[in-house]
Design a binder for this molecule. Structure first.
Ligand SMILES: Cc1cc2nc3c(=O)[nH]c(=O)nc-3n(C[C@H](O)[C@H](O)[C@H](O)COP(=O)(O)OP(=O)(O)OC[C@H]3O[C@@H](n4cnc5c(N)ncnc54)[C@H](O)[C@@H]3O)c2cc1C
Length: 822
């Protein structure tokens, strides 16, 4: 009995030391003390001390440990470690890690999260949003852009160039605006709320492309030539990587250049002959300078002793002889400028390589580094605005549109769809803000940018589907008054570009995250690649034993946090949000444990087990998105009105994390490990639930009622009530209808009948007749009727208006008329 009690005490001591991540020395000392106490009390004898010394001495004496354990384990590790191509190595080396690394490591410090500064606009950036951005938005008409022109008007292009919209990332010394990432995000959000074509055209030159590449890697000569021209819009850039044979697998582009001598402007120079066939290139049809990625070969070794130099990026003026450019693709019905480009044996000097000849072969590293920043800004901002706009418009429409004598937004079934849109809107804005904020803190957050890109574009697609459902036929019939359908049609564009989403979820998020965020794996890999064996053993020893301690700690943390539901773990607030922090403590520990288990049992095979990797990435993503929601709530002053939105977003995310973890166990390749660990992580089964109906009802109500929480949901959108801004008109209609409702009730009461809530102009006349309302109040009812009708009505067109080939239609109609006449 004494022995059993002592074993329990010993286990408790080990568990506590592991839970609090004690060092090896502290661990050894604490166990020695416990054994000493046991010897004093009776149950611990000589055998226990011998076992302890056999284990503790080699572990604590570095020389013995390295000889007996590290050296053989390093040999074994070198045999089983994952193979990595040079493009994979460069992708892993690119960028930095930030808050996601804390989440990955099983023990997040919430104070650290809340201490990250809140992104803010400078007065200059705010003035740009209030000035040029609003003027621009007044100039554009989305129906004209998407249907009548399939392009922006020349005046809009000129305005964009004159006011530096293409130069938000370019430094002031070159004539650019040099805005923060947060300001870029706010500008793009505001543009998207009126026109996706506009925000796509503005987004691309400010994202991954010549401007960004030149600023980081260009020679002084290239910067001084191109950057002022790009800033003024004299040059319009595009960046061409994708080819018909290489989409997701962009590292395998067949486009090539051969280093050779040739004639350039009357002189013989060292240059390259380029051959390419690219497609899907945004802005290519109107570009004056083409950023081109190709594989450079040097068969005559004119640059050194390597024949295959690798992926290289160059800037090619579009008027260079042999460059074919100008034709257009038709990306859904969101016709921003996008098209193919080709060239065959086009000769250009070597100084066209971005950064000059010394950067030959460095193209892939340049691209992944820039992508780790750009991917967090443009697509997440545009998608966030899409969700926010859907939330505002759906809320207003659902309140105005009545069926069965009540607003459709009051029906429980509709509330469910609305809550998803509202919850996603709050979360998307939170995570985009936090992600761009990290860039302004100097990070190049490659894992976060992949998480944000994937999840926010996916949520945008889901929000669009829900918004269309709630709008019914109003969303389907297109025309100048339809503010929804283009967003719905265009959603797959954001899903596909900058890393198509299936690939991003299954390969990129966790593939980069596991190695980048893990505290020891990268160090182990680097040690294993080190050819100096002595240095390799020392580095491997440090990483490996750190790793073992980390894994033991994660096991005990997971066990305890799962058993208690995280109830005793730390949370920075004790209000309604405390439980979310506690659940995240639990999932963070489980993720750290399962990462090691997956890497340990699958090794290099984990790369090919995409669905395992995807689920681990989902858990990391849900932790990141949930922390961004809690940070937003804190940064905005913990407004009680916002709580239902916070609850919805946290509960939805945590339920998704739980599902990902559960599916991971059910599908874990080693069944024994899957079954045992499922018991450890879910001792009480799946305890988390998706948001309750009551919370969904509260979210739907916020979306339909003008209030501060609703205004925060629509922050940074363009909601001015102007004729060519249908979403602003619906906002106005909501205000008009809500102002009319009490008057309508007053008239019904006086007339002693329940009138239908339409023909409000007639209700106004009745009210005047009954002398129950003033002329001013009657005017409110008439105004509400106009707004109401505008909101529920849809566009219709002349018979021939929609035909693209009107001449064909007219000639056919003329023929039919002739036949009929004859
Ligand atoms: C409108 C538009 C604008 C674009 N703009 C540009 C631009 O300006 N410049 C430029 O260079 N490119 C541009 N692109 C190209 C874009 O980046 C590619 O479309 C994208 O990389 C996907 O390539 P793909 O379309 O050939 O799909 P594919 O590579 O054929 O992929 C098909 C599907 O397979 C999935 N998949 C592929 N590999 C894996 C894997 N290992 N694991 C799991 N799933 C996988 C993908 O996720 C996708 O769902 C643009 C594309 C579009 C449509």
């Amino acid at each position: 009995m004494e022995g059993f009690v002592f074993s329990l005490i010993l286990l408790l001591v080990i568990g506590m030391l592991a839970y609090y991540r004690a060092s090896l020395t502290l661990f050894t000392a604490a166990i020695a003390l416990t054994l000493a106490a046991g010897t004093f009390a009776g149950p611990v004898g000589m055998v226990s001390w011998i076992i302890f010394l056999v284990l503790a001495l080699p572990l604590n004496i570095a020389f013995v440990r390295q000889k007996l354990l590290t050296q053989p384990l390093l040999g074994l590790y070198r045999k089983i470690m994952p193979e990595m191509s040079s493009t994979e190595k460069e992708a892993i080396d690119a960028g930095t890690t930030w808050w996601e690394a804390d989440l990955f490591r099983g023990n997040p410090d919430w104070q650290k999260l809340h201490n990250f500064p809140t992104p803010r606009l400078s007065p200059e950036e705010q003035a740009f949003l209030d000035g040029p951005v609003e003027t621009l938005l007044d100039m554009v008409d989305d129906w004209e852009i998407t249907h009548e022109r399939a392009d922006l008007s020349p005046e809009v292009y000129q305005y964009l160039k004159d006011h530096g919209f293409f130069a938000m990332i370019i430094k002031k010394q070159y004539g650019g605006l040099e805005f923060s990432a947060y300001a870029q995000s706010c500008v793009l959000q505001k543009l998207t709320s009126k026109s996706m074509v506009l925000s796509s055209i503005v987004g691309v030159p400010n994202s991954l492309g010549p401007g960004e590449l030149l600023q980081h890697y260009g020679t002084d000569e290239q910067k001084n030539h191109y950057l002022p021209r790009l800033a003024k819009g004299v040059d319009v850039p595009c960046f061409a990587l994708t080819s018909p044979e290489a989409g997701s697998d962009a590292g395998s582009i067949p486009d090539f250049g051969v280093v050779c001598k040739g004639q350039w402007q009357g002189k013989e120079v060292l240059g390259m002959r380029l051959t390419w066939n690219k497609r899907y290139i945004t802005l290519a049809p109107i570009a004056t300078v083409l950023g081109l990625a190709f594989k450079l070969q040097d068969p005559d070794k004119l640059l050194g002793d390597k024949e295959d130099l690798g992926i290289t990026c160059a800037l090619i003026p579009a008027d260079t002889p042999g460059v074919k450019i100008g034709r257009r693709h038709f990306p859904l019905n969101v016709p921003f400028q996008n098209g193919p480009t080709q060239g065959s044996d086009v000769f250009v000097p070597l100084d066209f390589i971005i950064g000059g000849a010394k950067m030959a072969g460095q193209g892939w590293r340049m691209l992944v580094e820039c992508l780790s920043v750009g991917r967090a800004i443009t697509l997440p901002s545009n998608s966030t605005a899409g969700i926010k706009a859907a939330a505002m418009a759906t809320g207003a429409y659902a309140r105005i549109r009545r069926q069965f004598k009540i607003p459709v937004g009051k029906m429980e079934g509709v509330e469910e769809a609305m809550a998803r849109i509202g919850g996603y809107a709050y979360m998307a804005c939170a995570s985009t803000t936090m992600s761009v904020g990290s860039i302004d803190l100097g990070e190049k957050p490659s894992v976060i940018s992949a998480i944000t890109k994937y999840h926010i574009t996916e949520r945008m697609r889901l929000a669009m589907i829900d918004a269309m459902d709630v709008h019914g036929g109003k969303g389907i019939c297109m025309g100048p008054d339809n503010y929804l359908a283009r967003g719905y049609q265009g959603a797959p564009v954001a899903i596909t570009v900058e890393g198509a989403n299936i690939l991003t979820r299954n390969m990129i998020i966790y593939g980069q995250g596991a190695i980048r965020c893990h505290p020891y794996v990268l160090a182990e890999l680097q040690a294993a690649y080190n050819e100096d064996n002595r240095a390799a053993v020392t580095a491997f020893d440090k990483a490996l034993f750190g790793h073992i301690g980390f894994a033991i700690s994660n096991f005990f943390r997971t066990f305890w946090l799962s058993l208690t539901g995280g109830a005793f773990s730390s949370a920075p607030y004790s209000d309604a949000t405390a439980k979310y922090y506690k659940q995240m403590n639990r999932f963070s520990a489980a993720l750290a444990l399962m990462s090691d288990v997956a890497m340990g049992t699958l090794g290099g095979d984990l790369k090919r087990r995409e669905r395992i990797s995807a689920r681990l990435g989902d858990i990391l993503s849900m932790l990141y998105l949930t922390s961004s929601v809690l940070k937003r709530y804190q940064d905005e002053g913990r407004q009680p009105q916002d709580l239902p939105l916070v609850q919805w977003a946290c509960e939805d995310n945590l339920a998704r994390a739980q599902q990902a973890l559960d599916e991971l166990f059910d599908n874990f390749p080693n069944r024994l490990v899957g079954v045992v660990l499922k018991r450890v992580v879910f001792p009480w089964g799946r305890t988390l639930r998706r948001p309750a109906d009551k919370v969904e009802h509260q979210v739907a109500r916020i979306m339909q009622t003008p209030c501060e929480a609703r205004s925060r949901l629509g922050h940074h959108l363009y909601l001015a009530a102007k004729d060519n801004n249908p979403i602003g008109m619906v906002e106005q209609a909501l205000r008009d209808v809500l102002a009319a409702e009490p008057l309508f009730d007053k008239v019904c009461q006086a007339a002693n009948k329940r009138l239908p809530f339409f023909r409000l102009n007639e209700v106004a006349e009745l009210g005047l007749e009954l002398k129950i309302i003033s002329e001013q109040e009657a005017e409110l009812l008439r105004k509400a009727e106009v707004s109401r009708l505008r909101t529920i009505n849809v566009d219709d067109f002349d018979f021939n208006y929609l035909a693209a080939d009107k001449a064909l239609l007219e000639s056919e109609q003329a023929n039919t008329a002739k036949v009929n006449a004859a």
